[in-house]
Design a binder for this molecule. Sequence first.
Ligand SMILES: C[S@@+](CC[C@H](N)C(=O)[O-])C[C@H]1O[C@@H](n2cnc3c(N)ncnc32)[C@H](O)[C@@H]1O
Length: 275
Amino acid sequence: MKQEKIKFIRYPGGKQRILNLIIPYLPARDSIIGRFIDPFLGGGSVFFAVSPKNALLSDINEELINLYIGIRRFPSKIWEIYKSFPKTKKAYYEIRNMNTEGMHLAFRAARTLYLNRTCFKGMWRHNSNGQFNVGYGGQDRRWVITEEVLREVSKKLKNATLKCSDFEPIIEEAKEGDFIFLDPPYKPGERELVNSHYVYNKFSYHDHQRLASYLIRATKRGVKWSMTTSSHLDILRLFQGNRIIPLQKGTGKSPGILTNNSGEVLILNYWEDFR
Ligand SMILES: C[S@@+](CC[C@H](N)C(=O)[O-])C[C@H]1O[C@@H](n2cnc3c(N)ncnc32)[C@H](O)[C@@H]1O
């Protein structure tokens, strides 16, 4: 299968850098009978690499989903607006401070793309009023993308349903024949997971427990899924009985065997090799 790397946004925790370790364990495009479902879409690197015929893509980040919906519909218009935004730091803060209420979808998407490409390290952070509050990072990453990239993204999204949602209802609607790829927020090897319940805007241990219980239900319905997550023991305990592949370099040759330095793992609820 041709593995495509489309990167139109910068995304913290994106899987671009380890796609070559993940993709061999996932079903190829033609082996997915139903839909490819991604409840934690982010930058969508796995979706673009698999390039499925039919997809359900979702994320809790509303601005991000609006960006995808906008690009699917208006790739060229968004490019024109994106190009027109000035390059100064002052302009960045003016555009960042705009009120998005009632804003045309194309303008809103172009604004999000511009903020993502010129903010500090491509971070996504909002204050308690939901306003994007990452500082200016510079113009270095702005012209890495082109109108063709946006057109390509638009084409890839034509057969996808896009939703802004918590992961629960998205996993719940998966049926036998669908394939779910999950990349929830985590920090590789993160410690103190159990004690970090109440941090604002953070994916807590309770969320991982919630995720585990919905994936157990999906497995019972005959749904196949694969997830990248932290190799922290508190997390692995939640997914006992599944296949665990360490992802870090140097440990990948012994699938199922965890070593001390494997910070990230791929968990699969199936044992067959698709490739
Ligand atoms: C690690 S990122 C996914 C990165 C993506 N796989 C990539 O390669 O770019 C995790 C995503 O989960 C989303 N998220 C956080 N909490 C969520 C929740 N409760 N339900 C659905 N999505 C959530 C975040 O907005 C973020 O986009």
